[in-house]
Ligand binder design. Structure first.
Ligand code: FCB
Length: 467
């Protein structure tokens, strides 16, 4: 028997899907990107204040001095989150608000702000998911060596406990670090992020000290009674350009080691992989990795946050300079993006997210996952009628949610999805030039306007799925 298929459009719409009951719908931001109030209530300077003031480092000399002025407008912003129906909000705490010098005296007014924000969220039924470090290291700690020295990891554990003492009675989920890959390799490898250092040995030392910081803080939080402990990584979904070419396969393995297994393995298996240690040893000695460190880094976690935007394809290319943010990658070339890209120039390939989630599930079984960031930069702003028609963002998120659903169907323990970002904000080296928000921000008036994607996301949340 043959079925007759009728279709009103050239491309049939994909089938509707529903997410598991209790799937967490959220949106994410980070302190330096939205708060502003950079010199208020005792906040000390961070490496991003210094970096954004260094000529040539950030697009058009933009800084986070004012950003989205969220420090003053948090109540309005939380009301907007409630209007969208968010179950959860992921934000980060600015270490220099809590300890202006990175160690020592606590600035109570800084804690007061996050206390107010937490209560505002809870009052609206929104679950706060806290990230303790989203890149705004107190400048004083950088002056003493930053993530390239061990003392910074120890200071971080102390800071984590200070925040937990104040908010631990109301905050369930504690994320230690956001994307240590960026802190280590963009901060100390390519230097395109603060503190702007280009030194491959320091980049690897930073990676280890970030791992250690996570482990020390996770242990301390657990001892203090924290229930849900996590870290957010941004794994590189890397494939060999030609899977039949052993040199390309080897190139992809090297990048996977430097970008992924250097974090995953000590955290989830308790040891650095031998090939990764050999690679680091080609660039610096291993004295910074002390006996017992890997056991600390292996502190149990309850959730692993995954930030995902775009895949990578690599090929072996003798003589290629390599990428400074993958130290020691000489002889490897990254394929330029193919097909549609976002305003960041990032390739769009939703199936690569499914591959990544399946891989983590396979290689690190028993790990509960959360998409802590996913989204796209597009420039669309308000029309004369005040609406923002950002159809491409809707398509991007829709496709990536379907990719998440495919992973769920394959058995991946995926607990939720956070859109990056709740609102347009300071996009690091790109300043305010790139807009990731589902809410538009007019930086002159600070007016927030829901983009079409925000209205669409509200419906996704309401129906717990896609049409
Ligand atoms: C991630 C960061 C986040 C934002 C997005 C676009 O790497 O965690 O702050 O900049 O990229």
């Amino acid at each position: 028997m043959t079925a007759t298929v009728t279709s009103t459009s050239a491309q049939p719409a994909p089938a509707g899907i529903t997410f598991p009951e209790g799937f967490v719908w959220g949106a994410a931001t980070a302190s330096y990107q939205i708060e502003g109030a950079a010199r208020e209530d005792g906040r000390g300077p961070s490496i991003w204040d210094t970096f954004s003031r260094t000529p040539g480092k950030v697009h058009a000399g933009h800084t986070g001095d004012i950003a989205c002025d969220h420090y003053h407008r948090y109540a309005e912003d939380v009301a907007m989150m409630a209007d969208l129906g968010l179950a959860s909000y992921r934000f980060s705490i600015a270490w220099p608000r809590i300890q202006p010098d990175g160690t020592g005296p606590v600035n109570v007014r800084g804690l007061d702000f996050y206390d107010r924000l937490t209560d505002e969220l809870l009052g609206k039924g929104i679950d706060p998911v806290v990230t303790l470090y989203h890149w705004d290291l107190p400048q004083t700690l950088e002056d003493r060596g930053g993530w390239a020295v061990r003392e910074t990891a120890e200071a971080f554990a102390e800071y984590a406990q200070i925040v937990h003492r104040r908010l631990g009675d109301r905050i369930g989920t504690w994320t230690t670090l956001n994307e240590p890959w960026c802190s280590a390799y963009l901060g100390y490898g390519s230097g395109i992020h603060a503190p702007g250092v280009q030194d491959p040995a320091k980049a690897f030392k930073a990676a280890h000290h970030l791992n250690l910081a996570h482990g020390l803080a996770a242990r301390a939080l657990r001892a203090a009674g924290a229930k849900n402990i996590s870290i957010t990584l941004n794994p590189c979904e890397v494939s060999p350009l030609d899977p039949a070419n052993p040199a390309d396969v080897q190139a992809a393995r090297l990048i996977d080691g430097v970008a992924n297994r250097i974090f995953f393995d000590p955290m989830l298996k308790g040891a650095y992989p031998a090939d990764v240690l050999e690679h680091i040893a080609r660039i610096t000695d291993l004295d910074h990795i002390k006996d017992g460190d890997e056991a600390i880094i292996n502190a149990p976690i309850d959730l692993l946050g995954i930030n995902f935007y775009t895949p990578s394809y690599v090929t072996a290319k003798p003589g290629a300079p390599g990428a400074l943010d993958y130290p020691g990658s000489q002889g490897i070339a990254f394929r330029p993006p193919v097909g549609p890209v976002t305003d960041m120039g990032w390739q769009i390939e939703p199936a690569s997210l499914t591959r990544l989630l399946n891989r983590i599930h396979r290689d690190y079984p028993g790990t509960a996952l959360l998409i802590t960031e996913n989204g796209a930069a597009y420039p669309e702003g308000p029309t004369e009628g005040g609406e923002v028609h950002d159809l491409r963002r809707i398509e991007y998120i829709d496709a990536h949610l379907r990719a998440c659903h495919d992973a769920l169907a394959a058995g991946v323990d995926l607990r939720g999805y956070f859109a990056w970002s709740l609102m347009d904000n300071f996009e690091w080296a790109e300043g305010y030039a790139k807009r990731f928000g589902i809410v538009h921000v007019d930086y002159t008036t600070q007016q927030r306007v829901l983009k079409d994607s925000a209205k669409w996301y509200r419906e996704v949340i309401r129906r717990n799925g896609l049409e």
